[in-house]
Ligand binder design. Structure first.
Ligand SMILES: [Zn+2]
Length: 247
């Protein structure tokens, strides 16, 4: 959905309450308006309900294959995370925060030189408010990040993930303008808020299916250990980690 169509959709969603109000009275119209607003809000926080903007949550395969994605870098633990991935012979998709890339361009280059995929995770990671950003504000956050990665590594990124995954109906149009695809996840252990590696691992492993996209984070003390343990568990259970988010 383009940004223009998103605006028309937003305006169009106010027509049914008006019609209901004219036909059955203002209270019915008000209830209809409230119901539509609840649905729009839910579609942001429960993206599966959203009819606008595609989110890729898994890739197509019948093999025991998964894709690993790591959010919020580059951070001080990036070299350690890269060493762990190297030791396991695994490549991942790194969703990077633009201002951290600008502050640590050498880490961004190192991620790329080790064969991983660089992706866009907004400039300032406004996790509390990105879901209600205007198209212009989203464009600024996203375009600045792509530019920061381009400046640091000379690479045009094609993948995007919203902070905590919440997007409003304008995001699809903004991504289309900027040539980006939205990537979600199908397996996660809430490692951004929980620090218990065992508990996080169990959550991830319990939800793995062929084609799963796994969400991990970096930047907190338990993240390197979590990555090491997860890669060992995946190997023991004969899951292959591949770079396949776009197919
Ligand atoms: Zn994030």
């Amino acid at each position: 959905m383009t940004v223009r169509l998103a605006w028309l959709t937003l305006l169009g969603l106010h027509v049914p309450p008006l019609l209901v109000g004219f036909r059955w009275g203002w209270l019915a119209g008000l209830l209809c308006m409230v119901a539509i607003h609840i649905w729009v809000i839910l579609s942001i926080f429960l993206p599966r309900l959203a009819p606008w903007g595609r989110t890729k949550r898994r890739f197509r395969t019948s093999e025991k294959q998964v894709c690993l994605t790591i959010d919020d870098g580059p951070t001080a633990d990036t070299p350690e995370m890269l060493s762990i991935l190297d030791a396991a012979g695994v490549r991942a998709v790194f969703f990077l925060i633009g201002e951290r890339v600008a502050a640590n361009p050498q880490l961004c280059r190192e991620i790329r030189e080790r064969g991983h995929v660089l992706a866009n995770h907004t400039q300032t990671h406004p996790s509390a408010w990105f879901w209600c950003y205007s198209p212009a504000a989203q464009r600024l956050e996203i375009a600045r990040t792509s530019r920061a990665i381009q400046d640091a590594c000379g690479e045009n990124v094609r993948l995007f993930r919203a902070p905590v995954g919440f997007r409003n109906l304008f995001n699809g149009g903004v991504l289309r303008e900027l040539g980006l695809h939205n990537i979600g996840w199908s397996a996660r252990g809430f490692d951004g808020i929980d620090t218990n590696v065992e508990r996080i691992l169990q959550r991830i492993l319990a939800t793995l299916t062929p084609g799963a996209i796994i969400l991990l984070h970096q930047g907190k003390p338990h993240h390197p250990e979590l990555l090491r343990r997860l890669l060992a568990e995946l190997k023991a259970r004969e899951w292959e980690v591949v770079l396949r988010v776009e197919s």
